[in-house]
Design a protein around this ligand. Structure first.
Ligand SMILES: [Zn+2]
Ligand SMILES: [Zn+2]
Length: 177
């Protein structure tokens, strides 16, 4: 859906839309939409700026930072965004706008794509890292076994340094046999 400034200049647009998984490209391979993204919003032109406010809801599949298993993150975000026409040549004073509490973005040309706005909002609401469960044991750094599902053999060999002398004694003893 394209939000055209010319249309918005005439009237407010009520948006109620569902984006199927795969229709928005999040640009990150670890971020996959697992369910339709539902958005309800209003778009309007306010003093030359496009204002989009509303809410979105979806489920995103991410990857556990420890064991690499998929993790579903529920996303529910309210937003109230303003987009200005991209200045022809940006002056230093204009960069200060970012310090303001209101989020201000820019649009180029005739308007902007709703999907781009949604993609940004979803990415902003996701945590940097997810873990499938607080006690996820992750992968064995040596053999790559998923320690949530199996005990790997090398885990036992990666001995507690305090027990190393004991292990050496045992090896020497075995050699003598
Ligand atoms: Zn995990
Ligand atoms: Zn291992």
């Amino acid at each position: 859906m394209f939000l055209d400034v010319k249309d918005l200049a005439v009237r407010k647009v009520q948006i109620r839309k569902s984006y199927a998984p795969g229709s928005i490209d999040y640009g990150i391979s670890e971020v996959k939409q697992a369910e339709p993204l539902e958005v309800t919003a209003t778009a309007e032109l306010l003093e030359g700026q496009i204002r989009i406010s509303g809410e979105l809801e979806t489920k995103i599949e991410m990857v556990c930072a420890r064991c690499l298993e998929p993790v579903i993150e529920e996303v529910h975000k309210d937003f109230d965004l303003f987009y200005q026409p991209l200045p022809k040549a940006s002056k230093p004073e204009e960069e200060r706008l970012k310090d303001d509490d209101t989020e201000i973005g820019f649009f180029q040309g005739e308007g902007l794509f709703l999907a781009d706005v949604l993609k940004e909002q979803v990415l902003l609401s996701l945590p940097m890292k997810v873990i499938c469960q607080s006690d996820c044991r992750g992968l064995c750094p040596t053999c790559g076994a998923s320690l949530n599902h199996e005990e790997c053999r090398c885990e036992r060999h990666a001995t507690d340094p305090r027990l190393a002398p004991l292990a050496r004694l045992k090896q020497d003893w075995l050699k003598k046999q």
